[in-house]
Design a protein around this ligand. Structure first.
Ligand code: PMP
Length: 984
């Protein structure tokens, strides 16, 4: 990378000394235009935004070139832009506009007598990608695809000016960095720079002969990429500007520039960023193995050139705010990329590029057992789905100890599996992905047991054990107290030491054996799931070196995508799933959900699991009942009576009679039939935008167009929607809102009466859950209930979502409105996830149903569902969950209000207790629902370890309705994660 004479020594560019007034004059003279609006940032040139004439007139960029840039270079740039513009890509590029003299590059002289080359190009509307903050994987992929598409459009392009020695051409990176190194603002930066260039240079040297060269843009950075939001709210690349670094150079360098730029947005995850960008790039333009191998060293070289030139520019122009702003981030990015093991980067990028894993020499090595007379190995399952860990607290290593003992007692050698995402390593309440996937095999043995070298090689000590350098591979043995003295060579079978007393990670004593396929690579014991595949390739299954049968000690690979494909193939697509690429969630515990990689996330949407997931009280009650009896509700058994009694006891008089069903839909169906038989009327009033279930009648009163876009057209004549009592969105928002919304109920009833009909019922959620947790205006239900009753109808409260103590201050949401309904429906929480639903009403309404015969729902009220239902009610009381909902709910509410207060996207925080909603709007005045943004935030929250989904008619309200056992710590994480997601 280094030439004999360094063309970059003394290479300094100051931006042209042209201000907006001067620019206006030059523009007028050369292009006959006016309208300079403001200066746009640039490292080394001057760019001005030119406002077109009239409202919405096309905008342009007026470019004043710095000195030292040849006219030929500007012409080459223009030609390249025209070529890309003509290629029909789904991206815009600036199009050069002719000057008054007809040329695309003209000159102008400032009042100070300095002549500059001038151009006018079209302005691309959108957001620069560097202003959007966080770049989601889909955005990164699209960014890679943009770079590759432009490179393809430039295929075959040539121009004499392209062979100039350009500072940003990565072929010259060593010279550039060497020439600028004296500008490094601190000695630490200087050292980092030197280290980076040394290792990048060494890695590149053997590859440069194999790197393809072509004309490329070479500056597809986030700052030069213009984005527009897609339907999911993501800022997708839509245009590319600034062709000033165009040159004929390494194609791979073009991609390295994109990666180095995007890493600045997520310095904690450089490889994940690189992988996504590369995936998008190779979809348009495949890369060779040599190019992939060169990519990371090129990323390092680019990051180094960018960082040092930032220091240079800052030294030359202390007032260049654009440079000052980005400098520290650029150094942080360099630090992040140089710390990545190059072999790991190559493995990650090869996979992204669709290349097979790199060839590794395969040699049969003579091996020897680690322990004398060891019994047969028996794998212990420490994964998310391990039966042995059922009921154990997540992350509790003690549970693994019991499992080890069990295998040992049965005469086996307990072995922890290679490639396993372990539940014992799961970390709760973490926004970051944590290292859960094991790269080695663990051999559990009593402390003090002699450990023998499985193969011959050079011996090296490391903090918790030893490494045997076997030439083509390293074998790591951790958890060993070495006794090899100062020996540096071992033969297979030599004693290395003894099993250490304390096993790492709180597990019982064990030797961790990892096979490192790249000698010298410092492999961790565990990898984060997003890099696990690459790490497992670099640290392949060591079983064969331990003499184990294939597969004995390897965990099956985690493959959520394959499961999703099976799901799609067999289930109706209308039976939808959350998230674009859903994690495979196979375990829940309290308010946490754990995927099969061992990652835990906080669940804030599961009001069904009211007690928390996998609650032992429900499990025990159900298991016990399954041992005893499960049958239909026509038999006489105690659980049905006990559950119904417990439920009825929690309602005010005269609600004393219970029907047991399975689901909310079923409960609402029954509620409608009860109302009709009791009143003799058929018509039902339901609030707009509500959801009451999917079955025929429940769907008829469901006027939410979110679940059924045709809900309003397909509604049968007996359903009468009334104004949604939503004080945030609806027409009435003041203190009299309750009465104003009730007016619509009264008017609808009057209309019915005028047609000679009476209502069977008025049904509403008593806190507007489907709108995102909006508390009903004071007095609304009181007035609505009074009106419907005086017209001969009944009041139904749908408490399927909002009841069961979730509001904290109230057991049932209707209490908040200070009313007592005639019929209440419950489900969801009623069984903590088991199918349990109920209708609670008065004895006389229930008896009136006799006119229709008897009621029977085979497994509604079955012994098992009643056992679950009773356990739920008792646990809510026993664990004080309603009080927790009140206290933690208030804490969460305060946090949500605080973190969202200054964010224009947040219109309101609704609800109370642990039923809340964060309503996202594009404009706080018009309250236009920010639905795409809500989806994008939910995808981001998923990455940050929080499971959330939007609701509401506009699909723009983030649901906040976690299990009632939510802790303050988890609430704080939710708040922090939302803050990060909102900042973007
Ligand atoms: N009512 C309300 C208010 C609901 O939110 C739901 C479910 N989302 C239902 C009824 C229907 O319940 P299920 O899905 O158990 O049939």
């Amino acid at each position: 990378m280094r030439s004999d004479t360094n063309p970059f020594l003394g290479h300094e560019h100051r931006r042209p000394d042209v201000d907006a007034t001067e620019a206006a004059r030059l523009l007028e003279t050369a292009f006959g235009r006016s309208g300079i609006a403001r200066e746009l940032g640039s490292h080394q040139d001057r760019n001005f935004l030119v406002q077109g004439e009239g409202e919405g007139g096309a905008r342009f960029v007026f470019k004043v070139a710095r000195h030292g840039l040849s006219r030929a270079a500007l012409e080459a740039e223009n030609e390249a832009m025209l070529r890309v513009a003509a290629a029909g890509l789904p991206y815009e590029v600036p199009v050069p506009q002719p000057a008054l003299d007809g040329s695309l590059v003209t000159t102008g002289t400032t009042s100070g007598g300095v002549t500059h080359d001038l151009r006018l190009v079209t302005f691309i509307e959108g957001e620069p990608l560097d202003e959007v903050g966080y770049l989601a994987p889909a955005v990164l992929r699209a960014h890679g695809a943009l770079a590759a598409s432009v490179a393809r459009a430039l295929e075959g392009f040539d121009h004499p000016a392209l062979d100039r020695a350009l500072q940003w051409d990565l072929r010259h990176a060593a010279d550039v960095v060497e020439a600028l190194a004296t500008y490094a603002s601190t000695p630490a930066r200087r050292a980092l720079l030197d280290r980076s260039m040394a290792i990048a240079g060494a890695a590149l040297a053997p590859l440069v002969g194999d790197l393809r060269i072509a004309a490329v843009h070479q500056d597809v950075t986030e700052a030069n990429t213009v984005a527009r939001r897609d339907a999911a709210g993501r800022p997708m690349p839509a245009g590319l500007i600034d062709f000033g670094d165009l040159s004929r150079t390494w194609i791979a360098g073009d991609l390295a520039v994109v990666i180095a730029a995007d890493v600045i947005h997520d310095v904690a995850r450089p490889l994940q960023v690189a992988r996504a960008v590369t995936l998008g790039y190779v979809g348009e333009l495949p890369l060779t193995a040599a190019e992939i191998a060169a990519l990371w060293p090129l990323v390092v070289a680019r990051a180094a050139s960018v960082a040092i030139s930032g220091d240079q520019q800052a030294a030359l122009e202390p007032d260049n705010a654009y440079v000052a702003e980005t400098r520290d981030e650029e150094w942080a990015a360099l630090e992040a990329v140089v710390d990545v093991p190059f072999a790991l980067a190559e493995a990650v990028l090869r996979e992204a590029a669709g290349l097979p894993p790199a060839d590794r020499p395969m040699v049969k090595l003579a091996t020897s057992p680690v322990f004398d007379d060891a019994p047969e190995p028996e794998a212990i399952d420490l994964s998310t789905t391990s039966v042995a860990l059922d009921g154990a607290a997540i992350g509790d290593a003690g549970a693994a100890g019991a499992l080890v003992e069990r295998v040992r007692a049965a005469g086996g050698l307990p072995v922890g599996r290679w490639g396993e995402g372990r539940l014992v390593d799961t970390v709760l309440d973490s926004m970051d992905e944590t290292a859960t996937v094991h790269l080695g095999i663990d051999l559990f043995a009593t402390a003090g047991t002699a450990v023998h070298a499985p193969l011959a090689g050079r011996l090296r000590l490391r903090p918790h054990g030893v490494v045997i350098e076997g030439g083509i591979l390293d074998l790591v043995l951790d958890g060993v107290d070495p006794s090899a003295g100062d020996r540096t060579e071992v033969a297979a079978g030599d004693v290395l030491g003894t099993v250490a007393t304390a096993g790492p990670d709180g597990l019982p004593p064990h030797v961790h054996v990892a096979r490192v396929a790249v000698p010298g690579l410092d492999a961790p014991r565990r990898a984060v799931p997003s890099l696990a595949a690459a790490w497992l390739e670099l640290c392949p299954d060591p079983s064969s070196l331990l003499g184990f049968l294939p597969g004995v000690a390897a965990a099956p690979p985690e493959d959520p995508a394959a499961l999703l494909a099976r799901r799609d193939a067999v289930l109706a697509t209308t039976q939808v799933h959350y998230f674009d690429a859903p994690p495979r969630i196979e375990r829940g515990w309290r308010h946490h959900l754990v995927d099969t990689s061992g990652r835990a996330r906080i669940d804030i949407i599961n009001n069904v699991a009211v007690l928390g997931h996998s609650h032992p009280a429900v499990e025990a009650a159900v298991a016990r009942q399954l041992h005893l009896l499960n049958t239909n509700s026509r038999f006489l058994y105690e659980p049905m009576v006990a559950f119904a009694e417990a439920l009825a006891a929690r309602f005010p008089a005269p609600l004393d009679t219970v029907f047991l069903v399975n689901t909310g839909s079923e409960a609402n169906e029954l509620a409608l039939r009860l109302a009709r038989t009791a009143t003799g009327n058929e018509d039902v009033l339901a609030v707009r935008g509500a959801y009451h279930g999917w079955t025929v009648a429940a769907d008829a009163i469901t006027t939410s167009t979110l679940d059924n876009p045709r809900a309003l057209q397909t509604r049968p004549a007996w359903v009468h929607p009334v104004e949604a009592p939503n004080t945030y969105r609806g027409p009435h928002r003041g203190p009299d809102a309750g009465t104003r919304y009730a007016d619509d109920v009264r008017a609808t009833l009057a209309g019915l009466a005028a047609a000679g009909r009476g209502p069977a019922a008025f049904i509403a959620e008593a806190l507007y859950g489907n709108a995102g947790g909006v508390v009903l205006p004071d007095g609304y239900l009181r007035e609505a209930y009074a009106a419907v009753r005086s017209a001969g109808g009944l009041a139904i409260a749908d408490e399927v979502q909002v009841g069961y103590g979730r509001l904290g201050a109230y057991q049932w949401a209707f209490e908040q409105q200070d009313v007592v309904p005639d019929i209440v429906t419950v489900a969801k929480a009623a069984g903590n996830g088991m199918a349990v639903g109920a209708v609670i009403t008065t004895r006389s309404i229930a008896d009136a149903f006799g006119a229709e015969g008897s009621f029977f729902s085979s497994v509604g009220g079955s012994p098992v569902s009643c056992a679950a239902g009773l356990a739920v009610l008792e646990t809510i009381d026993g664990e004080g969950l309603r009080e927790n909902a009140r206290v933690v709910g208030a804490h969460l509410r305060a946090g949500l209000e605080h973190v969202t207060a200054d964010h224009p996207l947040v219109g309101a925080v609704h609800g109370m207790g642990l039923y809340q909603g964060v309503e996202l709007v594009r404009d706080r005045e018009t309250r236009e629902p920010a639905d795409a943004e809500a989806l994008a935030i939910c995808e981001r929250l998923l990455e940050l370890g929080v499971i959330c989904q939007p609701t509401g008619e506009g699909n723009n309200v983030l649901k906040v309705k976690p299990p009632l056992c939510l802790t303050r710590e988890s609430a704080d994480i939710v708040v922090e994660a939302l803050g990060i997601a909102l900042r973007g």
